[in-house]
Design a protein. Sequence first.
Length: 391
Amino acid sequence: MMKKPFITVMTSYYNDQEFLADVISSVLAQTYTHFEYILVNHASTDKSREIAHSFKDPRIKHIDLPMNYGGSGNILIKKALEVARGEYLKIICADDMLRPNGLEILVKAAQAQNADLLFGNVAFVKADKTSLGKTWFAHRYPAGLSAAEYLRHFISGTSEFPYAGNFVKISALRKVPMDYVSIQLADVGLWVSLLFNGAKLAFSQKIVADYRIHPRQISSASKLQIIGFRCLLEHFLYYKNYLTARTSVKFLQKIFPQAKYLAQLTEQDRDFVPFAVAHALYETTNIPACILACRLKLAEILNNYELAGRIEKKFGYTIKDLRDDIVNRPINLLKIDPHAVHDNRPVLKNAPLKEMSYFYWRRLWFAVSGHEHREKRRQQKRRKQNEIGIV
């Protein structure tokens, strides 16, 4: 008979009074009862804290942060880990809900598969909890691929894992560095870091949580420009997970099966790995921030005169190749939007919506719910006001 591991469940909240009672109730109603529940108040200014403290359950621990850091992210996970006592961590967002047997499913699946990082399936619901009739693994992205295959897909900077279905072994989580700055890509970077560190990946096809789709989400289609601002930096930070990965050459070759320089390496060629990975990633992506990150890494490597000579001898690649490519493959991170209320407001130029698939599917839901039409009306009104000088 398998033991019953102690679980740490965590929810961070900031002005989530509309949804908070639902998620807390869903956690406290779990069929699996051997857990603690950490509620992290991100300096809310509405009634969220009052709602959180209205639940009188000895399993609840409250953390009140003195200030709001400007969004969710790994810094809030770090705060919870400082007091966590569990063997596994289950993060559930303030606007989502666990199914009654969600923890039980996750615990059994993690034990059966000896998983460090596990994802259960999640169902999409509207803000009012009405089902949208779709699940992540059936309609968003399939489960069951290898870690290398997911890392190849993650190069796009989008999440193929359902965040609401996460379940992580805390001992594995404590071994990897966390990006505390990022918001949009914080979770993706964390999963990638765990996989590069050898975390065993597993899945459960059973639905463990309901994932709300609503315009207040950080990744809502109503916030595409804000998302663009953030991703200019966050993509850059995110790709450091690839450029600094310490793993076997064989594993890297599975991630980049078409990489011509990686294909020539063995486990004894460790000095060449950073160059081969940077070049492989560079040849794989069209994301401007990723191209820039790879160029900076290649420049850093080629500034090592001795190593640059060895790279030229082994691969025939020189600093001139990088210099030529900078000119032949130009990148532009920003342009000016003439329709913006403020003429100097930047928008993404080389990251069209089709390249941001994580946000594209959300926009589809946004359109179906009617918010798309209202958002366009608001934008048209602002543009007309701008044309006649109204600010």
